[in-house]
Design a protein around this ligand. Sequence first.
Ligand code: ZN
Length: 510
Amino acid sequence: MSYARVLCVGLVGVTGHLVEVEADLAQGLPAVTLTGLPDAALNEARDRVRAAVVNSGETWPNRRMTINLLPAALPKQGSGFDLAMAAALLASAGSLPAKQLEGVVVLGELGLDGAVRPVRGVLPMVAAAVRAGITEVIVPLANACEAGVVPGVSVLAVDSLRRLARFARGDAVLLDPPPPEPFAPTPTLDLADVAGQELGRYGLEVAAAGGHHLALFGPPGAGKTMLAERLPSILPELDDAASLEVTALQSIAGVLPPSGRLIRRPPFQAPHHSASTAALIGGGSGLARPGALSLAHRGVLFLDEVAEIAPATLQALRQPLETGRIVLSRVRGTTEFPARVQLVAAANPCPCASPAGDHACTCPPLVRRRYRAKLSGPLLDRIDIRISLHPVRAAQLVATGTPVTPSAEVASRVARARAAAAARWRSSGWLVNAEVPGSVLRRPPWSLPPADTADLRAALDRGLLSARGFDRVMRLAWTIADLDGLDRPGRAEVTEAIQLRMGESHEYAE
Ligand SMILES: [Zn+2]
């Protein structure tokens, strides 16, 4: 036998594609020719595979070897092809029976000593294999739990090339995936921990119910972060498709815990304001890594101190927020990651960030104005709800004394409101009110009677609200009506929506 073929999977973005690794031996001077891989990765892979084969006690065929990765047009990144290449090579030389590996997808990176190392993205790779009709996969031991998350496939684990070779010869069995760790629910942050902040809590609930982006303004200590962190606790659990997507993205980023479980809660990401554009939107050499924006896919992206973020970085966020996906230009083609996030932006009222807020501010008026102007950029433009928060004083806490509603209770109201909105827009395909174009709400049958929108039109006439702001208020009014169990918003809901849009001060308006 001088030819063999082993199956593997390559990733482009989050999508896996079946790759055939062919090996062929011919008479001639000893050499290895690798085709179907980008130049840089080619040399590295060749050296790793050779060292791993020799150090596993196998014979390196001293002949002319060609390894080819098909389809050639598919961009291939990362080191997950190593194990399949080594297996194909040994099979083509006749030192390994190819039969055992027929129709099996083999994934794994090789260390120079022949150890099989974990690779990023095993979950979407195995999912792609299953879609292609594969029923058996061999994966690195450290990735076995993760691979086992995918239904409909039997997972075998390897820790070394030596073990794979013995398995192919029928001398040994492969390892079973370790049993999943017992389920330990991660402690989630609960809204019950947030005292006071009635408006903030309400804004959060409306944001969750309608899928609206949210901006929180206030001095340090006003509870912006506390509120933002608790948004996932009132959002619905991810459905099966979303759960698989979110878990796959974490797998590709290499941040998935090795417990072998699907992620069911909406994720939360809070990149620092000094984070690079690449950290936010993704990139890197080899197998591209998703950034914070994609890791927040189907969940919450919290941007604290949004006025401190570099304008170029904000600009880079603009398009993904609009389209729900990120397109990275790579040397060989483009890579795409999903990034459908709910944004929470937070900012201090001014650069001095005095904990007492406006009362103790030492900033000259011009500096304050400039700082706030930065907030009305491309990002804030897309945000429906804007709330000003004030630090809660001890006296207020004692005075209110009312029990605080826990997240579970708010979450069930949110779920009801979301169901009402989804039923209303079913024929158009929108799931939440934030997705509905303003023009739809301005026209029958969804336009409201003039009497109900009088306050809104007055705000528009006085220049307190832009035409775009008008549409945002209308969307909010529908969400408030959904939360209140109404068929459509009336004047009271519109007035509440105006408050959520403009807050008490107009300093951030339009
Ligand atoms: Zn100040």
